[in-house]
Design a protein. Structure first.
Length: 290
């Protein structure tokens, strides 16, 4: 329900402040603390632990303030009631992500109601300068909850912490995000009708998602990525046949659910960009008949 918008994980509500940094000058016989110019420790006021080192241009943007700003916009539109929310916080508190799903605006992709696309709003921020404040509208595919990707979907809001401007998100931006989803169902249906061959898919994955550029002259591919993508292709072929939709689902599954020893959030964001590049490639457009 819409009430879930205002339920924020308590771990995400801490405040931060900038505190001066000092170093111990031992060049003279008497030790003294010297303040480091234009450098501050960004400190979690709840735990007293440092999160980052920033300059005087760094503007503190609290996670909860961004959440409240987006929540107010969603409530203004009065377009969605059936909403679910998930919050993610890095164990050290340095990065935050919120996912909002709008179930009232689901778009059926097949003849039954089990498979559909759900509008999905992602909110990112960080205190370690990894992520600027970002608001991105997209979709997920039910049942598999793959994050769907389209090349024309860009950051609607992107505001760095050293910017003097406040983050702006309006009701019109939100409505435009919902409107963009209406075209997605038709596009996915077209992908379901387009037949492809195994060899085409193999070349596509090798030259895009699994591609490794070692330098300007040497280009190869990752065998690990190819094995993972091959298994996903086999899985989705069993459900949707040898179609471009199965290719698309394989790629978005690979980006949405990374198998990695690293940070899944960071890997997923990187892979999402790779999927966009794949969809902008010549071979992809030839395969869809563009």
């Amino acid at each position: 329900m819409i009430d879930s918008l205002y339920k924020i994980n308590e771990d995400c509500t801490f405040n931060v402040e900038k505190q001066p940094i000092y170093y111990l000058d031992t060049n003279n016989k008497m030790e003294q603390e010297i303040e480091v110019p234009n450098r501050y420790a960004l400190v979690n006021t709840r735990t007293k632990k440092p999160l980052n080192v920033v300059s005087n241009k760094y503007k503190i943007r609290r996670y909860k303030d961004l959440i409240y700003k987006v929540n107010d916009v969603i409530n203004q539109t009065n377009l969605s009631k059936n909403i679910t929310v998930t919050d993610w916080l890095h164990p050290k508190g340095t990065k935050f992500r919120r996912d909002v799903y709008f179930w009232d605006h689901a778009i059926p992709v097949k003849d039954h109601n089990r498979e559909k696309t759900i509008p999905h709003l992602r909110i990112y921020s960080s205190y370690d300068s990894t992520w600027a404040e970002q608001i991105i509208f997209g979709s997920v595919y039910v049942l598999c909850m793959n994050g769907l990707v389209r090349p024309e979907w860009q950051f609607k809001v992107y505001n760095r912490h050293n910017s003097s401007s406040d983050t702006v998100y309006t009701a019109e931006m939100f409505k435009e995000g919902l409107e963009a989803q209406k075209h997605l169902g038709r596009e996915l249906f077209k992908l379901m009708q387009r037949k492809v061959y195994d060899e085409q898919v193999n070349i596509l994955f090798k030259t895009t998602l699994a591609k490794i550029s070692r330098n300007s002259l040497v280009v190869s591919h990752s065998d690990i990525a190819m094995r993972e993508l091959g298994d996903l292709w086999d899985h989705y072929c069993n459900s949707y046949g040898h179609t471009m939709f199965a290719v698309y689902q394989s790629a978005t599954h690979w980006s949405s659910h990374p198998i990695t020893k690293g940070n899944p959030q960071m890997v997923s964001r990187k892979r999402e960009k790779q999927v966009i590049n794949m969809m902008n490639s010549r071979i992809w457009n030839e395969m869809i008949g563009g």
